[in-house]
Design a protein around this ligand. Structure first.
Ligand code: NAP
Length: 250
């Protein structure tokens, strides 16, 4: 078993559902103590209960990642509990469909605040802690929608996910000398509550575009996040890894 994160502390936003929950479990299996943080405290607690059932150490926190004060309070609380943060997975996110005419200013602001500003705020809060510890690893969540044209996703969602790739490259470059690696995973459509509304017909359309012939499972995305967070990826920074069944190839 890979226990390369033994003794490390991981903070996972969006840890109460879908991909974030799978990331919490995967990092826990690799030996990390995991703070599962989510807008839904009940969701984060359910994740921690699943971890406990598997003999893994976790703690649940409520956070709104779009609030700088809430993000700082979260990082402070995790540091008080476990002494620092070594791994940050920015998994929290919201989704919206719609063409340009359907996305108003409030919807633009709300989605960008969560998906893009949230990741920025988390990075800003954990980096001083990681510097003190001599390094760390950050993994952001983009999307196939941030890499190529999207028929469904809203202009705000696409812009947020393309922005995450830029944030990753910028911070990967800026923080390399601090021993902090910053990478990104760009999933294709993944079977989580985020896509629960798509329906059978929508799923068939989405699946047809995937050479591997199915939607992704949260554990398959989590495996890529865990790899980038681990010492196995020690020479990778600023990178975005497609995990999409071959739906998008470069
Ligand atoms: P999910 O199951 O909906 O999980 C997202 C989690 O983020 C939810 O628990 C949600 O809480 C939480 N969240 C929302 N707003 C938040 C906020 N302001 N502060 C803190 N937490 C907040 O979705 P998922 O599919 O696992 O998505 C995880 C990430 O992968 C997202 O960034 C998403 O954009 C990306 N992604 C997903 C897919 C896909 O097909 N599923 C594809 C590409 C990329 P609530 O439920 O309480 O709102």
């Amino acid at each position: 078993m890979d226990d390369s994160l033994r003794g490390k502390v991981a903070l996972v936003t969006g840890g109460g559902s879908g991909i974030g929950r799978a990331v919490c479990l995967q990092l826990g299996h690799m030996g990390a103590r995991v703070a599962a943080a989510d807008l839904s405290l009940a969701g984060a607690q359910a994740t921690v209960a699943q971890m406990a059932d598997a003999g893994l150490e976790g703690a649940a926190y409520r956070v709104d990642v779009s609030s700088a004060a809430a993000v700082q309070a979260l990082v402070d609380a995790v540091c008080r509990r476990w002494g620092g943060v070594d791994v940050l997975a920015n998994t929290a996110g919201i989704y919206q469909v719609g063409g340009l005419d359907e996305i108003d200013e409030a919807a633009w602001d709300r989605l960008l605040d969560v998906n893009l500003k949230g990741a920025f705020l988390l990075c800003r809060a954990v980096v001083p802690v990681m510097r003190e510890r001599g390094g760390g690893a950050i993994v952001n969540l983009s999307s196939i929608s941030g890499r190529t044209k999207s028929d469904l996703a809203g202009v705000n969602y696409v812009a947020s996910k393309a922005g995450i790739i830029g944030l990753t490259m910028c911070l990967g470059n800026q923080l390399a000398r601090d021993g902090i690696r910053v990478n990104c995973v760009a999933p294709g459509t993944t079977d989580t509550p985020m896509v629960a509304d798509v329906g059978a017909e929508g799923r068939a359309v989405l699946t047809k575009r995937v050479p591997l012939g199915r939607l992704g499972q949260p554990e398959e995305i989590a495996a890529a996040v865990a790899f980038l967070a681990s010492p196995a990826a020690s020479y990778i920074t600023g990178e975005t890894l497609n995990v999409n069944g071959g739906a998008f190839m470069v």
